[in-house]
Design a protein around this ligand. Structure first.
Ligand code: ARG
Length: 463
């Protein structure tokens, strides 16, 4: 863009000073991308080492640049670095400071690279590191979930479909289902790491470079697997950002489902779980209240995770290749999602440590709603040589019979049951016992106490 004396774009003679100063105000990203300083310095050091190895810069210049960059790293870490909005972003802030420290030779650092490949290199390394932090927070949640499950293998509750009592299960089985979700989340994040493991450094602005660089060298130095294959795609690609935002959204969604469930179970209507005072809040007007605000916070936060994913998808929609300023927002979006998810995981871990089942209520609820009806149908198939559909019909008749007499299934006598199926023997009464019902579900992945114990051991070993 050609500029006139006053540093204004010549294509616009109507919007003068205001336009450029306003852009200066909004166009800089230093407040956001200063979080990339360590990765930026790491990338620059690898870059100049490569430039020296390839005889593009001298030994002396390489060492001077590394000295300056190391000094800058320390300054920033110790909060002694003055970030300046005038220099737009982290890359320019560091480069400017490098000039101040080592003088004109700083001008060699940007040989054979552009901010376009520089920023993606930094960002990919940052996402790798932050994925480690997220994974470690997920691991903590998994550990706390397993701990609570271990204490509750024999805690009986109703499993729900449509939020109606469905079949008896162990509370630990429910908790272990969360472990499955969180393990998938970990996999989703680590899959992203595999696909972002291509080194962008050296593609420069968009076309590659005429310098004889060695991209394999920086790839190794920076811990990537291979260099990216196409320079245009490299500077335009933000798929790895979308993958990260998607993985964060799914994990936040899992937390929100569990949070919603715990909110329902903590409600006065259900009263299935107790939350300790550490994780509830009071009301300003109703002194009796203990509200599950933290769980509501977790439920709500999935909204901003999705919002961030959609922001990035929308920025990328229809965006031509290659680099555009539009892309600069990617970092703010990812940082927000990252911080949000880490917070949610920490809060959820705290909740798990401060949440206990109300065992008697769980059992009481499990005893209602004809929850062992399927067990009776299964019994009929196994002991009376009839098909499951036939057995289903007979069981429905038993449930109708009990309902009319306002009885639970385990309150029916053998005589009453024989009115519907005369061949029934007294061992049928065992199927109405909740513990028997749970322990009969021995199929792999089912809720029997033994299965759960084995699953818990398996996951504890994996850790
Ligand atoms: N701060 C910029 C960003 O994050 C760095 C890339 C600038 N490239 C450019 N061609 N203006 O997007």
């Amino acid at each position: 863009m050609t500029k006139n004396k006053n540093n204004q774009a010549i294509w616009n003679s109507r919007i003068k000073k205001n336009a450029s100063s306003l852009f200066q105000k909004v166009g800089n990203s230093i407040d956001i991308d200063k979080r990339l300083y360590k990765e930026d310095i790491q990338g620059s050091i690898a870059h100049v080492e490569m430039l020296f190895k390839q005889k593009i810069i001298s030994f002396k210049i390489k060492n001077k640049i590394i000295y300056g960059l190391t000094k800058i790293d320390k300054e920033i870490t110790k909060n002694k670095f003055e970030f300046n909005k005038k220099y737009e972003d982290i890359h320019m802030n560091i480069e400017k400071r490098l000039f101040q420290i080592i003088g004109e030779e700083a001008g060699y650092v940007h040989t054979a690279r552009s901010r376009n490949d520089q920023v993606i290199t930094d960002f990919k390394i940052w996402i790798k590191n932050s994925t480690n932090e997220i994974t470690s927070n997920i691991n903590k949640v998994i550990k706390s979930t397993i701990k609570l499950a271990e204490k509750n293998v024999e805690t009986i509750m109703p499993g729900f479909t449509h939020l109606k009592n469905a079949q008896a299960i162990s509370f630990a089985h429910y908790l272990m289902s969360y472990v499955e979700m969180f393990n998938r989340d970990k996999k989703r994040f680590s899959n992203n790491l595999n696909s972002l493991n291509e080194n962008p450094l050296g593609v420069a602005a968009l076309a590659g470079t005429s310098f004889n660089i060695d991209r394999n060298y920086t790839t190794k130095k920076l811990g990537f697997k291979i260099p990216t294959n196409n320079s245009i795609d490299t500077v335009s690609d933000r798929d790895f950002v979308l993958d990260f935002l998607y993985a964060s959204s799914v994990c936040a969604m899992h937390i929100s489902r569990i949070a919603e469930e715990l909110i329902i179970w903590n409600s006065d209507g259900f009263n299935l779980i107790n939350l300790s005072d550490k994780v509830v809040t009071g009301s300003s007007i109703m002194p009796q209240k203990k509200n599950p605000d933290l769980l509501e916070y977790l439920r709500g936060k999935s909204g901003s995770a999705y919002g961030n994913l959609f922001s990035m998808l929308t920025i990328l929609k229809g965006l031509p290749l290659s680099y555009f300023k539009d892309l600069q927002d990617d970092k703010e979006i990812v940082f927000k999602s990252n911080d949000n998810l880490n917070n949610c995981l920490k809060i959820f871990d705290e909740i798990l440590k401060n949440c206990n089942p109300n065992k008697s209520k769980m059992l009481e609820l499990a005893n209602s709603g004809y929850i062992t009806a399927t067990d009776l149908a299964d019994y009929l198939v196994k002991n009376h040589s009839i098909s499951f559909r036939k057995a289903y019909q007979k069981t429905a008749a038993v449930v109708n019979f009990a309902e009319k007499r306002k009885k639970k299934l385990n309150e029916l006598t053998l005589e009453e049951l024989r009115k519907i199926e005369p061949k029934l023997k007294d061992d049928v009464l065992k199927v109405f016992n909740l513990k028997n019902s749970i322990n009969s579900k021995k199929s792999y992945g089912g809720t029997s106490f033994d299965n759960i114990k084995k699953m818990i051991i398996k996951y504890k070993k994996e850790k």
